[in-house]
Write a protein that binds this ligand. Structure first.
Ligand code: FAD
Ligand code: NAI
Length: 468
């Protein structure tokens, strides 16, 4: 029987990063993945394919809607070749997954293909696809089994027309009308992909605003911009039934006035969140506790109730984000090797990769109000930037919230071109506990979108923005 210092179950961004870091720290490491490709949800059916389709559909949208204003004329009609677009997405995915396999080999990590299940706290059975079972011994185990799409109890997902993100990433035709249930990250990113490709898109959201966990000003601006792009919204609307009749889907819901509405569509994307995944793991076999939400219970060291078993990523509490899972992967490897690492969960940024992009870190205005913290706000509109006018990306703003007395930056919320990248500056600043004035006094290259961060910081510091 093969013996390891550490076995990692699941090869998503949490699992494969944990395995690399364990190997770097000199531990003999194995990784177990039930699918034939490594990379988990993020690489196979999440972050990477969704971004590939967002980028492709963005090019098409620009060609149809914006080239002309730039003085670019295309003789004839611009057309979408969906099959080719999907093929490109698949090749981006396979290159990225192959990259993880390369990293496993480079770091001398043994890869086992099969379902990992606990025999006891130091032995894991690996049930392979050919029916064979192999058992390995591991002094420590890291559970990184991720998550799966959640559903509403009354919806039958046929995975053909009533679908989750996994199917929406590989449709064979452009929907005529796609109803998106849930105005969160997945619904808006994939909704925008199909809207750009020509589908009518209607978003039905239970709460009174889209992206409800982000700062309310971002929800308002994003909804305004998406509406301009033709996406329809029903907020404060409760879906009651989703029925398929042939190729038609009939969605019934109660709107904000409690009036029943009926929407007909040819596709319905259900994007109401994700749930932790532990099927087949036999957590019980090792005595590992799972909480009432199906998450593996962990302490502040991400250690389960069983002392040699840890858990990270989507399968434990906290934001279901690839970079959160990665941070936890490194963290746990370092804890196991006796180091004292640290993660500041308040400084894990959140990003929505629509265009304009939405990005956020730290406290929202709503949270500061709820916590009774006195704060000041500095806001700067993207349209006032030379760079935004040059590219034509004038929607959005940067908003900085700073402590009223100390000027420490408490939250940064932005929507606009490339804010997914701009948010890194805010994370660095907040990690070093910068004041708004610290950011305001740093030189930002001109002309860039990043100037909006400096201007918002100036606005937060005695209302000193220069270009509004
Ligand atoms: P996962 O990536 O889910 O990996 C878990 C792996 O474990 C899977 O490969 C699974 O097959 C394997 N596994 C499970 N049980 C077993 C077992 N018993 N034995 C062996 N293997 C097992 N996050 C971002 O930060 N940015 C984004 O842009 C982004 N976009 C997304 C888009 C979509 C459409 C979706 C669905 C998600 C997106 N996410 C994004 C979220 C991100 O994918 C997850 O947060 C991330 O993948 C979690 O990583 P993980 O390692 O915890 O688990
Ligand atoms: P989400 O939690 O982002 O959004 C779900 C939305 O559905 C919420 O707005 C919620 O209020 C709404 N909702 C819940 N029940 C509903 C109901 N009965 N009727 C109507 N609306 C309802 O979840 P989503 O979009 O499914 O994504 C799952 C996870 O994947 C998220 O936690 C996210 O972190 C991650 N992800 C991250 C991305 C990124 O970082 N860019 C991209 C895609 C996914």
């Amino acid at each position: 029987m093969s013996k390891y210092d550490v076995a990692v179950i699941g090869s998503g961004p949490g699992g494969y990063v944990a395995a690399i870091r364990c190997a770097q720290l000199g531990m003999k490491t194995a990784i177990i993945e039930k699918y034939s490709t490594l990379g988990g949800t993020c690489l196979n059916v999440g972050c990477i394919p969704s971004k590939a389709l967002l980028d492709s559909s963005h090019h098409y949208h620009d060609a149809v809607k914006h080239f002309e204003e730039h003085g670019i004329e295309i003789p004839g009609e611009v057309k979408v070749n969906l099959e080719k677009m999907m093929e490109r997405k698949s090749s981006v995915v396979s290159q990225t997954c192959d990259g993880v396999k390369f990293l496993m080999d480079k770091n001398k990590i043994d890869v086992f293909e099969g379902v990992g299940s606990f025999k006891d706290k130091t032995h894991i059975n690996i049930e392979k696809n050919d029916g064979e079972t192999e058992t390995i011994e591991a002094a420590k185990t890291i559970i990184a089994t991720g998550s799966k799409p959640a559903n509403l109890p009354f919806i039958e997902l046929d995975k053909e027309r009533v679908i989750t993100s996994t199917e929406a990433l590989k449709l064979k035709e452009i929907p005529k009308h796609m109803v998106v249930i849930g105005g969160g990250v997945i619904g808006l990113e994939l909704g925008q992909v199909y809207r750009r490709l020509g589908a009518e898109v209607t978003v039905v959201e239970f709460l009174d605003r889209i992206i409800p966990t982000m700062d309310a000003a971002l929800s308002k601006e994003l909804q305004k911009v998406l509406k301009k792009q033709g996406v329809k919204f029903h907020t404060s609307t409760k879906v009651k039934s989703v029925e398929r009749k042939g190729d038609e889907i009939i969605i019934k819901a109660d709107d904000k006035k409690d009036k029943e509405i009926e929407i007909k569509a040819d596709y319905c994307l259900v994007s109401v969140g994700r749930k932790p995944f532990t099927d087949g793991l036999n957590a019980d076999g090792a005595g590992v506790k799972v909480d009432d939400k199906g998450r593996i219970e962990v302490n502040e060291h991400l250690q389960t109730n069983v002392d040699n078993i840890y858990a990270i990523g989507d399968v434990v509490k906290g934001a279901m984000l690839a970079h959160k899972a990665e941070e936890e992967g490194s963290f746990v490897a370092e804890i196991i090797s006796g180091q004292k690492p640290h993660i500041d969960y308040n400084l894990i940024p959140g990003v929505v990769y629509t265009w304009p992009e939405v990005a956020s870190v730290g406290k929202t205005e709503e949270q500061l109000k709820e916590d009774g913290v006195k704060y000041k706000e500095g806001k700067f509109p993207m349209r006032a930037l030379g760079r935004s006018r040059a590219s034509g990306d004038t929607d959005g703003f940067v908003k900085i919230l700073a402590d009223e007395k100390t000027d420490e930056v408490l939250g940064v919320h932005m929507i606009g071109a490339r804010t997914a990248d701009l948010i890194a500056e805010a994370v660095v600043a907040m990690e070093y506990r910068a004041s708004a004035e610290d950011i305001a006094r740093m030189s930002h290259a001109h002309p860039t979108y990043a100037e909006a961060v400096k201007e918002a910081a100036l606005a937060a510091t005695d209302n000193r923005a220069l270009h509004v």
